[in-house]
Design a protein around this ligand. Structure first.
Ligand code: MOS
Length: 739
């Protein structure tokens, strides 16, 4: 490692690690004021009285805003106040009435001249409630609490209903995934600056500057050009920054009411319930096969939770419909309304939860059949999409099984549970498959080349950590024929050409296509200009197509006569241009409608379990990925490592606990809610099949953000079974469950 970055480094890595990169709350805004939320201490009921006088009189306080004096949020009228239960997609409407739906619900905003003064004044706000009986007891789901109806998630039957029941060999089991929280290192924060009544600038922690802009436009009925959202750097999201949460609206309300810019940063406590979480999910699987391991049926059922004011659904059971070839698949999915805030997508949403059950059940079935777990999966390998019958645009899952198995030394394991030891530690090997749809949406990108040979590419996308600017720089470099160090990729500003929200593992596929396309357009434009130059101005060349030229090292070269070449700079110079720019929109292609695409990650782990204490160490982790073409090897590797670390948390530590007596979070802090630290993380081998998908998009990339985590928890549970003979079906796998 020299002073100069490797070609493969993150383009803005230096800015990030040296502190030069500004995360949301770090933006220095003149005359900034500080907003601190006061939250409810009951889980259901309504506010009878809220006493704000002492807070208002406290030093430095500018305003105390509650439902009584809050300015009207015009967009609220459309939804109404959702007091009557879930209303679909209507988010919680902050300061819009006295109703309390969950403990920790924002009920007031104190704005003061310093953060400390605002925090102190917030402690002086006193509230009197009428308390109603709340519902946070998950055991009541399906009993006293009735599931919500949502047509998109109705029961789904392929083949025979509950067909697994007729199989020769079958497993029936229940699996539990607790509440887990994203809790990225960067706290969620919003800075709002109004200019007059109808124009606002917002620094917002968001995975989508355009979607945040849209939400704010809708809430305050503003024009697109009057809402500018910045998120130049985002310190992790994992799904928590996919939507505009109530605290952001509160900051906008605070800034509007006071006429001053307001910065609102959530506390770590508030991060546990104000920006979504992975919902608690009970799953039941029935799976059956013939004696030689052919799947006959899978029934996958899940019960999950949502808030009282909004439905949240995810595809936890769907994974059983598409991962394996199986004639009879039944899925049932229900959500129950509780006095909690609304859950949201968390890395590998749905599939992460669903594969814990399915990939555990497959492992159980493999032991019941006495067939190697990988062999069982190969016997049920889906050669075409089991749901639609369509072919895959690409699928290299077999290759991923092979790569991972070879790396961890799968063949050398003794398949018998409790058979392997290292000293006094029991040793276990396990694997689990991660799968997630590979999609492609619509995006615009702008490319502008300057006479000095540098290129700027822009799109209104956020980079919440995967290294989007790096991957896009690589794509631009390849497509444009310009070295990466001459390219800068600009993002994180809603005024740039509209880019996608960074979610669902689609950024590289979606935006990469736009960057590819815009570079091709810019090359064509350069070629048009170049054809007029003395170098190329011959009749022969006038009729030559773009394919007859090489675009490399910032030169256009005639392939048939390499002496004929012209630099991009010279093309601009000869045309008296200082710069040349193009904007392109890129959409999914027609051809893809005939195909289906998924990304896959096969997770392998080796665990050590201490027989006396139940202490569990993940000794090795190997992840072999089919994510299509890997655009940026180093950031892709980091992405996989990050997903595995998240998976270690899911498998071994993370569990949000709500005390049902009060409907209140118990462990909403990092002392009590455990996440992996360095000592918990072994060496992680990241392997990539690295074969391009030829149809999904021109870059060949399929996406890896979600599969990095999906399937990992099952791999650990399966390894624990191999080590100990104990099947743990309830996450997290803590030592008490192993002794
Ligand atoms: Mo992802 S859960 O779409 O950030």
């Amino acid at each position: 490692m020299g002073f100069f970055p490797d070609e493969d480094d993150r383009v803005n890595g230096r800015e990030i690690v040296t502190g030069k990169a500004k995360f949301i709350a770090e933006h220095d805004i003149p005359n900034i004021t500080y907003g601190v939320l006061v939250v409810s201490t009951i889980a259901k009921g309504s506010i009878i009285a809220i006493v704000t006088k002492p807070a208002e009189k406290a030093p430095g306080v500018i305003a105390v805003i509650t439902h009584i004096n809050s300015p009207t949020v015009p967009g609220y009228e459309a939804g109404g106040n959702p007091v009557k239960g879930p209303t679909g997609g209507k988010g919680f409407q902050v300061f819009n009435g006295p109703a309390i739906y969950f403990d920790g619900q924002p009920i007031a905003l104190v704005v003061a001249d310093t953060f400390e003064r605002a925090t102190y004044a917030a402690s002086l706000v006193k509230t009197q409630y009428q308390k109603d009986e709340h519902q946070t007891n998950f055991d009541e789901a399906g009993k006293s609490v009735i599931a919500l109806e949502d047509a998109r998630y109705k029961d789904n039957i392929r083949g025979e209903v509950d067909g697994y029941k007729n199989a020769q060999v079958k497993i029936e089991a229940e699996y539990f995934v607790p509440i887990e929280v994203h809790n990225p290192m960067e706290l969620h924060a919003t800075i709002a600056l109004w200019e007059g009544d109808d124009k606002v600038t917002v620094y917002e922690k968001t995975q989508g500057v355009k979607s945040s802009q849209r939400s704010i436009m809708n809430a305050f009925k503003l024009k697109e050009e009057n809402v500018r959202v910045y998120a130049p750097f985002v310190g992790g999201g994992f799904g928590s920054a996919l939507r505009t949460w109530p605290h952001a609206i509160a900051a906008l309300i605070g800034a509007k009411k006071t006429g001053k810019p307001v910065k609102l940063v959530l506390t770590r406590n508030q991060m546990f319930n104000l920006v979504g979480y992975r919902p608690y999910t009970k799953q039941k699987i029935g799976i059956g096969a013939t004696a030689d391991g052919k799947l006959l049926g899978i029934t996958h059922e899940a019960d999950s939770i949502t808030s009282m004011y909004e439905v949240f659904n995810e595809r936890s059971v769907d994974v059983s419909r598409f991962l394996y070839a199986c004639p009879n698949v039944t899925t049932r999915y229900h959500v129950y309304p509780f006095n909690v805030s609304t859950p949201t997508w968390m890395r590998g949403p749905g599939e992460a939860t669903g594969t814990f059950a399915l990939e555990s059940a497959m492992d159980e079935l493999s032991y019941a059949l006495n067939i190697d777990p990988i062999e069982l999966r190969l016997r049920n390998y889906a050669e075409t999409d089991p749901q639609s019958g369509k072919p895959y645009s690409s699928k290299f899952l077999k290759e991923a099984y092979q790569l991972g198995a070879d790396k961890i030394g799968w063949k050398a394991r003794d398949p018998k549970p409790r058979s392997m030891k290292e000293g006094e530690w029991m040793v276990g090997y396990g694997m689990g498959t991660g799968v997630f749809g590979a999609g492609r949406g619509t995006a615009k990108a702008l490319a502008r080349i300057f006479v000095d040979g540098t290129l700027i590419v822009q799109s209104a996308v956020s980079d919440s950590g995967p290294g989007t600017a790096t991957a896009m720089t690589k794509i631009a470099s390849t497509s444009m024929g310009i070295p990466g160090n001459k390219i800068s990729f600009e993002l994180g500003d809603s005024s740039l050409p509209p880019g996608p929200t960074q979610g669902g593992s689609t950024t590289t596929s979606t935006l990469g296509s736009a960057v590819h396309d815009v570079c091709i357009s810019l090359k064509k434009k350069l070629l048009e200009l170049a054809k007029e130059s003395s170098v190329f101005h011959t009749t022969e060349i006038h009729t030559t197509k773009i394919e007859d030229f090489i675009f490399e090292n910032a030169f256009i070269t005639l392939a048939s006569d390499r002496k004929k070449r012209l630099s991009y700079s010279d093309i601009l110079k000869q045309n008296n241009l200082n710069q040349l720019e193009v904007t392109e929109e890129s959409k999914g292609n027609e051809e893809m409608k005939k195909y289906v695409a998924y990304s896959y990650a096969v997770h392998f782990v080796k665990v050590l379990v201490h027989p006396a204490t139940g202490v569990l160490k993940i000794n090795r982790a190997v992840v072999a990925t089919d994510g299509g073409k890997i655009i940026s090897p180093k950031t892709a590797k980091s992405q996989m490592i990050g997903g595995v670390v998240g998976g270690i948390g899911m498998a071994l530590m993370e569990e949000g606990v709500i005390d049902d007596r009060y409907g209140r979070w118990v462990n909403n802090n990092f002392a009590d809610y455990h996440v992996p630290v360095h000592a918990d993380v072994p060496h992680i081998d990241t392997l990539f099949v690295d074969k391009p998908d030829p149809i999904l998009n021109p870059t060949g990339a399929k996406g890896i953000g979600e599969v990095a985590l999906i399937g990992f928890a099952a791999a650990v549970a399966n390894a624990v079974y191999h080590a100990t003979g104990k099947r743990i079906r309830e996450l997290p796998i803590t030592p008490d469950k192993l002794i």
